[in-house]
Ligand binder design. Structure first.
Ligand SMILES: Nc1nc2c(ncn2[C@@H]2O[C@H](COP(=O)(O)OP(=O)(O)O)[C@@H](O)[C@H]2O)c(=O)[nH]1
Ligand SMILES: [Mg+2]
Length: 386
């Protein structure tokens, strides 16, 4: 069974979240030798059992009070497979003190930004993907009181616990997936050259490339003690292998043919995707470009829109067009970073949830979207809606 601890400041909705996830499967009592209350409960997600431990609400882990000592000792003991730090979206800054203290004790952290409904009501927009990138851990938004975001939270906990973000040495694992390949380090980049493929990964960048493809690494390629580290799943995907996870056994690597597969998209998809991203997100960072691409692909996947990238871009549903199509900038040569972003989304990167619409509030007065669609997130200078 996986064990997940819930930490957070008082009054952030930790107990509400705990109840929403575990329902009636709960046990309460006191921490051994302390007058501090404890609650534990279970839930099942995708066939696996999780035990939730509701830690006492604290503003810090300084161990000045019994509550702080209990929370600190528990996290430090390593008994939890993951720690979810629940935060209040309406006063995020104050909550981040605890997040940073937990991050000093363990890397298996997920930040849950709760009370999103209250934040919406107050007109506060929280940029969840940017927060995730800054902190280097997954971030999920919820409104526990309304049962919103709970499936996403359970999914993110599962991925965290089950090693989706397990980083491995590029050199070691590449030699298992593609025996005989040469691994070199040139100009700050790690290269793997094998039969019919070239792979590169540069510490700090949020992707690796393989034969012209680009695969997204949300928390970036790392460099530790001279080793280049990448997520095991991304590397396996790049070289045609697979990663399985099972309770008890952990992560298992299954080598494939030792060479990359063909990209899962066509040249035409890449042509139009890079152009719409380039024209729509001038001056936006990579994350903003990925978000625009996410919307296009969410539309391709949705039954309410056409089924190819090109058709979605030129779609005129209700007479509304993408601005770059209306003004012709979609035909301009795309920037290099837009081509990269297009490759990343076409190869699976997603950053704006299930968004189907975005607006640039500074540039448009598209009130239809604001009034009729559900707000998801803000990335760069765009607001995203489902
Ligand atoms: N609007 C809103 N209220 C919430 C949400 N989650 C919890 N609350 C309310 O916030 C208050 C504190 O919640 P509680 O779960 O006791 O917080 P805890 O101290 O962190 O355990 C209660 O009145 C809850 O009903 C939420 O997502 N949205
Ligand atoms: Mg509580």
């Amino acid at each position: 069974m996986n064990r997940v601890a819930l930490a957070g400041n008082p009054n952030v909705g930790k107990s509400t979240l705990f109840n929403a996830l575990t329902g009636l499967r709960q046990h309460t009592g006191n921490w051994a030798g302390k007058t501090v209350a404890t609650a534990r409960g279970e839930y099942v997600f995708e066939g696996r059992e999780y035990q939730l431990v509701d830690l006492p609400g604290t503003y810090s882990l300084a161990a000045h009070s019994q509550e702080e000592a209990v929370a600190r000792d528990y996290i430090e003991s390593g008994q939890a497979d993951a720690v979810v730090v629940v935060c209040d979206a309406t006063c995020l800054e104050r909550n981040l003190i605890l997040v940073l203290q937990v991050l000093e004790l363990t890397g298996k952290v997920l930040v849950c930004v709760n009370l999103l409904d209250e934040a919406r009501r107050l007109g506060i927009q929280v940029d969840l993907p940017a927060l995730s990138q800054r902190l280097g851990v997954p971030v999920v938004g919820t409104a526990a009181g309304r049962q919103e975001g709970l499936d996403e939270l359970k999914g993110a906990i599962a991925r965290l616990v089950e090693g989706d973000t397990t980083y491995v040495s590029l050199r070691t694992v590449a030699s298992v997936l593609a025996p005989g390949a040469a691994v070199t380090w040139e100009d700050g980049t790690a290269w793997v050259r094998g039969a019919g493929f070239t792979l590169s990964a540069r510490p700090g960048e949020q992707w690796l490339t393989v034969n012209g493809r680009a695969l997204y690494i949300p928390h970036g390629v790392r460099l530790e003690e001279g080793s280049t580290l990448v997520p095991i799943r991304t590397l396996a995907r790049a070289l045609g292998g697979e990663v399985e996870w099972s309770a008890g056994k952990g992560v298992k690597l299954i080598p494939g043919e030792g060479k990359p597969e063909r990209p899962p998209y066509t040249e035409e998809d890449l042509y139009w995707m890079s152009r719409i991203i380039s024209a729509e997100s001038r001056g936006e960072p990579l994350l903003g470009k990925l978000a625009v691409g996410t919307v296009v692909l969410n539309r391709v996947a949705s039954g309410e829109f056409p089924d190819t990238v090109r058709e979605v871009i030129f779609d005129r549903k209700w007479g509304v067009q993408f601005t770059p199509v209306a003004n012709g900038t979609v035909y301009d040569e795309p920037t290099q970073e837009s081509v990269l972003a297009a490759k990343l989304v076409l190869d699976g990167a997603r950053v704006a949830g299930d968004s189907l619409y975005f607006i640039a509030p500074e540039l448009t007065d598209n009130h239809w979207t604001m009034e009729n669609r559900t707000y998801v997130t803000t990335i760069g200078c765009h607001w995203f809606y489902e």
